[in-house]
Design a protein around this ligand. Structure first.
Ligand code: SAM
Length: 187
């Protein structure tokens, strides 16, 4: 895996509305998110997916948006404020020694890792931390960029998640080549 954190200025490219044409947040996330949910989003960047998620969970829901770059989070804060969604989004700036989500252990209904796993130093630790936040039976959706992550690298990443205990669900081919839906199942 490349293991390189994207520079903060790339965050501005990632919030370009043209991205909707090939990566529409409502289509990708809509089937999994319901009103009132608590959603964990590590690697939120400037919030291309965070704002649609906040609309989907509604006023009673919550998005825990985590990033290691403060500039990503300050842009997300401004955008969320402007959209009137800031009260549904908890922004967390973390250092590179974990996701800092122990306090929400077992409280998360759905988690997303969108174009981030290839940037984390230790995918196994990453998956373990996300696993601990999820309620039993809840899911983690992983999407990786084809340009940065080969099919083999993606398979290795999914295998790391399965080692942690996630069970991967077969997805429709329409979802694309680097997408995995991982379920926290026990026995
Ligand atoms: C390629 S960007 C994707 C941003 C957003 N998910 C999107 O699709 O527009 C990856 C983001 O993950 C963040 N990131 C990288 N390593 C991380 C880590 N270990 N923990 C949390 N966030 C991380 C980066 O700072 C960056 O904002």
């Amino acid at each position: 895996m490349a293991n390189r954190v994207c520079p903060h200025w790339v965050g501005y490219l990632l919030i370009n509305p043209l991205r909707n044409l090939f990566e529409n947040p409502n289509k990708i996330l809509g089937p999994f998110v319901q009103e009132g949910m608590t959603v964990l989003e590590p690697g939120c960047g400037m919030g291309y997916f965070t704002l649609p998620l906040a609309r989907m969970v509604g006023p009673k829901g919550r998005i825990v948006a985590v990033d290691i770059q403060s500039k990503m989070l300050s842009a997300l804060r401004r955008r969320a404020q402007k959209a009137g969604l800031l009260d549904r989004i908890e922004l967390r700036h973390i250092r590179d020694d974990g996701l800092g989500v122990k306090d929400i252990s077992g409280k998360v209904d759905f988690a997303v890792a969108l174009h981030v796993v290839h940037e984390v130093p230790d995918p196994s630790s990453f998956y373990t931390e996300v696993w601990q936040t999820l309620k039993q039976g809840s899911k983690l959706l992983v999407v990786e960029p084809k340009g940065h992550v080969s099919q083999d690298q993606f398979a290795a990443s999914v295998a790391a998640a399965e080692n942690v205990g996630f069970v991967s669900e077969v997805l429709s081919k329409k979802m694309g080549g680097r997408v995995a839906l991982l379920i926290k199942k026990t026995n």
